[in-house]
Design a protein around this ligand. Structure first.
Ligand code: ZN
Length: 167
């Protein structure tokens, strides 16, 4: 009886060990996936700094946040397209821009999901969905689920991460 109990205990220990191992492997591979994601446009930090203004670099390359109502596109009502400030791919159309009252330019839908990627962001003790450029990895903003119809989504963007051009 005692031996059986002991064997059971060892078995349990083994199971716990393997579960931990599995969790560790999963966590590591996820972390690697984030850092090792390859983008069509890749530049060194020095190159980005040279191309962008300090504010654009801070927001787009360092995942910074611009102060609400400070961005140049919050009240932009012109018709046109918003492009990635880093690599120039089209991201949003003025057709889907709406007044969110948040102080950041907000859209209810991206032009194409091809260039607007989403990934989990657990920074600042919050669980949010970060929006980034799939072509160059630029941080663009976050997406929230209190937007207007037809999508119910609010893509909360940073003016410093996008470039507007009229059609
Ligand atoms: Zn980009």
């Amino acid at each position: 009886m005692y031996i059986m109990y002991k064997t059971k205990k060892i078995m349990m220990k083994k199971i716990v060990f393997f579960c931990c191992l599995l969790a560790a492997i999963t966590a590591t591979s996820c972390a690697q996936q984030q850092t090792q994601q390859k983008f069509a446009v890749t530049k060194t930090d020095a190159e980005w700094k040279k191309q962008l203004t300090p504010e654009q670099y801070e927001v787009a390359r360092q995942a910074g946040t611009e102060r609400p109502y400070s961005g140049k596109y919050v009240d932009n009502h012109e018709k046109g397209t918003y492009y990635c400030v880093c690599c120039g791919v089209p991201l949003f159309s003025s057709e889907t821009k709406f007044e969110s009252g948040t102080g950041w330019p907000s859209f209810y839908e991206p032009l194409s999901k091809k260039y607007v990627g989403e990934r989990t962001d657990n920074s600042l003790g919050m669980m949010r969905t970060e929006v980034y450029c799939t072509n160059c990895g630029a941080h663009l903003g976050h997406v929230f689920t209190e937007g207007p119809q037809p999508t119910g989504l609010r893509y909360c963007m940073h003016s410093a991460a996008i470039n507007f051009k009229t059609e």
